[in-house]
Design a protein around this ligand. Structure first.
Ligand SMILES: Cc1cc2nc3c(=O)[nH]c(=O)nc-3n(C[C@H](O)[C@H](O)[C@H](O)COP(=O)(O)O)c2cc1C
Length: 333
């Protein structure tokens, strides 16, 4: 196994352990919908469909970025991609860097010929290897959009992580201007706030996935892999670095009203999905909750998707929202 592949395998094992979920909780419970005991509709009237990057999807959530599909990630991605295809929900791949560098064949498009697939690269990779790598990431899976992840805290905690973040914004801007598909910029669990969102919008970015604090903690995962007592001491105050998804969504929306927002980071069920939509997200993404089913089978992932859809439908029924436009206006406390 290469260094990158063994790091990715560690990530999968550690991400399944609850101690690496945010210890502060997600804050989603703070947002309460006003109950509507007079829904005046039948459950079967509810429409979950939405459009995303030019295609209709069956519900406003996607499988969040986890693995690019190298080594043990290949089977996980096969299950995720087959389920995304069967349920018509988008799937974001994890970083494709290893697959592109090792020349590994990526199977996601073969498993999901018509689903929305999102490619993925780290921003520092883009800064070093530029547009050519971005184009290869898109072409290799016929991606509908490219996700660029910003993860400075993770890189600081990670042994030998990238510490030169000069010219990252310029690399993103170049990519947005020259790629044939939309670019989505995301964090990995600390969040993108209004200040950075504005700079990204000025660079031409039209999609941001906030990936706020509240779910998987990358500082915690990378700390568990870092054997140096000195580095552990330096990193420990930053374990809960970042802002909660539930506070970031309205803040970014009011700072950048034209931006398309994806709500993610700590989204754990269909009621959280409803909360993100109410707070201004067009779509939401869940990563860690799909990991365990993805290790089992395609059917287990499909079952997870149908449970999330049903929970979202319940939230819409209980707020009297027939469709997502109505859910966006549902009364909250
Ligand atoms: C095992 C695992 C691997 C991940 N790898 C990537 C990655 O390669 N690229 C990326 O953009 N995000 C990656 N993430 C971050 C997620 O996409 C997501 O932003 C973060 O985990 C917060 O969402 P969650 O609380 O639903 O897990 C990974 C997450 C997990 C759990």
């Amino acid at each position: 196994m290469t260094d990158i592949s063994s790091r990715k395998a560690d990530h999968i094992t550690l991400a399944l352990q609850t101690e690496h979920q945010s210890q502060q909780g997600s804050g989603f419970d703070r947002l309460r919908f006003e109950p509507n005991p007079l829904p005046q509709m039948a459950m079967e009237d509810i429409d979950l469909t939405n459009s995303f990057v030019g295609q209709m999807i069956s519900a406003p959530f996607m499988i969040g970025a986890m693995t690019g599909g190298c080594d043990n990630g290949e089977l996980i991605n096969q299950h995720l991609a087959e389920a995304a295809e069967a349920c018509n929900i988008p799937m974001a791949l994890g970083s494709q860097r290893a697959a592109l560098e090792l020349g590994t064949q990526q199977q996601a498009r073969r498993c999901a010929p018509s689903a929305i697939l999102l490619g993925n690269l780290g921003a520092t990779q883009l800064q070093k290897q530029g547009l050519d790598m971005a184009k290869r990431a898109v072409d290799s899976i016929e991606a509908n959009a490219l996700v660029i992840h910003l993860n400075p805290l993770q890189e600081l905690v990670q042994p030998n992580g990238d510490r030169d973040w000069n010219l990252v914004l310029e690399a993103i801007q170049h990519c947005v201007a020259n790629l044939s598909v939309p670019v989505i910029v995301k964090e990995v669990g600390a969040g993108i706030g209004p200040g950075s969102a504005k700079r990204l919008v000025d660079a031409g970015v039209q999609w941001i996935e906030v990936a706020g604090r509240g779910g998987t903690s990358w500082a915690s995962i990378e700390l568990a892999r870092n054997g140096s007592a000195r580095e552990r001491e330096i990193a420990s105050p930053f374990i809960d670095w970042g802002m909660d998804t539930v506070e970031l969504l309205p803040a970014v929306q009011s700072a950048c009203p034209t931006l398309n927002l994806i709500g993610s980071g700590g989204v754990r069920h269909g009621l959280d999905i409803a909360r993100c939509i109410r707070l201004g997200a067009q779509v939401t993404a869940l990563a860690q909750p799909f990991l365990e089913p993805a290790m089992q089978s395609t059917e287990a992932v499909i079952e997870k998707i149908t449970i999330l859809q049903e929970q979202l439908r319940w939230a819409m029924f209980l707020t009297g929202s027939k469709d997502l436009l109505q859910l966006k206006k549902a009364a909250i406390q």
